[in-house]
Design a protein around this ligand. Structure first.
Ligand code: ADQ
Length: 466
């Protein structure tokens, strides 16, 4: 049987408790690894004074993980630097926040080489290798240079930027041409796939055929593989004892009001500032209704070592203070802003309690919160999803109230419309949304990608040794 090797920046092995704190991605990959006897390879999250290349093999939740520690300079240049100060903002259309430094480039190349060196002895001849995300674009090139002829696939979890934005990155072509060393390159949606094709057609005279693209003397298979959630597990989690307890606790403090919920990593791409402003506009436009509602925004901090993340956090602290200062009463605050994470079952209970889910990223590869919100609803009395038209999920979820997240007015109007929506319409929209969430779940995503990679038997022209 073909073994699967999954490679990602961080390794998050599944816990035994599927409704615990684990995301659907880890659960789905864990299942595939258990079924195929594979390995999950990546950074341990630990920093050491000097890179040793020592691989730590472990069995956790029935899955074999292989992790390496990185040295401080690697973390600064590769992870905080090139991945999260350069590529993340650029690929989310934020050239204003994109920082570039040659040392980032060098650190990124070095870590990809180190990953290739340490992964090499683990690879067996029939393994298929599935590489995840923007941290590891050059990994296939590095593996090919070391003689690996196995099938290697790449999945990008984030958007692919328009060609003119990507062209602002120094040495952009050198970076992204490394994708031609894969056998299959997958994206969340056709929109990102089209942007990818457009870039190579203009920059490298690429020829695009049915599910394939040729350039640099090589052909790769390409496709859109929209990621989903573990819908069944999330539906169950929303009815679990832990979720019920969370709902009970919420119910007392809600006191009959309608709750709006937002759940996001504290990232500038998630449009939190614009969301707060849109909600403030709703409060200003609807003085007679405002004390009947409140917004619960859950936003655990991430990447806090990076300046742009500290800035967005400061802005949100100030904005939430301003909104509550202006509108709160002795027995009501309009905005509950919470900077911490919750177990998935608690989150599911919170989603189910909310009449409106507010998911308004400025740009997002897919967005799983939108799908989780839908999966957690009570079919007899579901809430309404307000979704940014710039999330990949919008292409699959047209029955949500789609908004332009840059428009405070559109957010305010969608909140008013959603809160006032009659039950029959809520049910009609929710059924259509739920159909998509259940049919395009995380297992289908995984199975479709792995099947396409297994079928990708295009001849691999080996690169000449450097
Ligand atoms: P993210 O940018 O992290 O993922 P998203 O898809 O919304 O965005 O996933 C976030 C996950 O974190 C969700 O499962 C959510 O429940 C969880 N989470 C957020 N806040 C939490 C909290 N306070 N407590 C507990 N859990 C919390 C990237 C891309 C997305 C893409 C995914 C998967 O940016 O576009 O959908 O990968 O491919």
């Amino acid at each position: 049987m073909t073994r699967l090797i999954v490679v990602s920046n961080r390794v998050t092995p599944p816990t035994a408790d599927a409704t615990g704190s684990q995301g659907g991605l880890a659960v789905a990959i864990g299942e595939a690894l258990r079924e195929n006897g594979g390995v999950w390879f990546g950074w341990s999250g630990q920093r050491v004074p000097e890179f040793t290349g020592q691989v730590n093999l472990q069995r956790a939740g029935g899955v074999t993980t292989a992790t390496v520690d990185l040295e401080e300079q690697d973390v600064d240049e590769y992870y905080n630097g090139y991945a999260n100060k350069t590529l993340w903002p650029l690929f989310h259309y934020r050239i204003d926040l994109t920082e570039y430094d040659r040392s980032f480039d060098a650190g990124y190349a070095r870590v990809n080489q180190r990953f290739a060196d340490t992964l090499l002895p683990i690879i067996q001849p029939d393994d298929i290798i599935w590489v995840h995300d923007y941290h590891l674009i050059p990994l296939a090139r590095e593996l090919r240079a070391r003689g690996v002829t196995n099938r290697i696939g790449f999945f990008l979890h984030i958007p692919w930027p328009p060609m003119r934005l990507l062209a602002t990155l120094p040495r952009h072509k050198e970076l992204v041409s490394g994708l031609f060393d894969y056998d299959l390159v997958g994206f969340q949606t056709h929109e990102w796939l089209e942007a990818f094709c457009d870039y190579f057609q203009r920059e490298a005279d690429a020829e695009v055929g049915d599910g394939v693209m040729s350039a640099f003397g090589r052909t790769v298979r390409i496709g859109a593989f929209p990621i989903g959630i573990d819908a069944g597990a999330f539906k169950e989690a929303a009815k679990s004892a832990e979720a019920l307890a969370a709902r009970e606790r919420m119910r007392e403090s809600i006191a009959g009001r309608q709750m709006i919920v937002g759940v996001d990593r504290l990232d500038y791409s998630k449009g939190l500032e614009e969301r707060f402003l849109g909600y403030e506009r709703f409060l200003a436009d609807n003085p007679e209704r405002c004390q009947e509602v409140f917004l619960l925004q859950i936003a655990p901090p991430t990447r806090s070592e990076i300046g742009s993340y500290q800035e967005i956090r400061n802005k949100l602290d100030a904005l939430s203070g301003r909104i509550n200062g202006a509108y709160a009463e002795v027995d009501w605050v309009p905005l509950r802003y919470v900077n911490r994470g919750y177990p998935r079952a608690v989150l599911a209970g919170i989603y189910r309690t909310a009449r409106l889910g507010l998911v308004t990223p400025l740009r997002d590869g897919m967005n799983l919160v939108a799908k989780e919100y839908v999966a957690a609803q009570d079919p007899a009395d579901p809430g309404v999803l307000v979704l940014s038209q710039f999330a990949g999920a919008a292409l699959q979820m047209p029955e949500a109230l789609l908004v332009n997240p840059f428009s405070q007015e559109e957010i305010a109007e969608a909140i008013a419309e959603g809160l006032g929506m009659r039950k029959a319409e809520r049910i009609r929209r929710w059924e259509a949304l739920m159909h998509n969430v259940e049919s395009c779940d995380v297992r289908r995503w995984r199975d479709d990608f792995v099947a396409a990679l297994e079928a990708a038997r295009l001849p691999v022209a080996m690169r000449p040794p450097a």
